[in-house]
Design a protein around this ligand. Sequence first.
Ligand code: ADP
Length: 187
Amino acid sequence: MDAAWKHRRHMDELILGTTRLELRRGDITAQEVDAIVNAANARLAGGGGVDGAIHRAGGPSIMRECRAIGGCRTGGAVVTGAGRLRAKHVIHAVAPRYAGRPGDAALLRSAYAASLERAEALGVRSIAFPSLGTGAYGYPIDQAAAIALDACIEHTVHGTCIALIRFVLFSDPDLRVYAATLQRLAP
Ligand code: ADP
């Protein structure tokens, strides 16, 4: 890969051609981006963690749309509006429930890839991800961070209209894991 195409600016930032990938600590519901990604379940039924926070902050219209859609396969992603949130769209991605199975990594990667494909189709210029799968679904965060960041890097290789990919980590330890992983993937 071309060194000029891909270079690090800080511990928490990587430039990938015309896309900036950044790591931030914060709350996904507060992001001023075109699309935020939800860590949804396959029934789109709502839950705790990121999902609960998004539905609480965004209001009931998001759940109404989720019910109309009905569900999403594990490793997939579907789109709703964003209700009262600052974002324009919510992309509901379904990570696998971690069980140490050989297929888990591919499903987690697929949840990121499907989200980015949905974002492209919507013409999204900025997108914020939480750490999919690493809460209630139990994916070990060091493994999940490598899959998440690599899936995003891979996506930008083929050209993208997305100028900003932001990971919003909920705690300092989570942010440190993502930063160390970014350092490893793009020294
Ligand atoms: P999953 O079921 O896919 O594991 P969770 O929502 O349980 O999803 O957790 C995913 C990650 O999101 C966890 O690291 C959790 O700490 C974090 N998280 C929880 N609430 C928020 C929020 N409001 N903004 C960003 N991240 C959050």
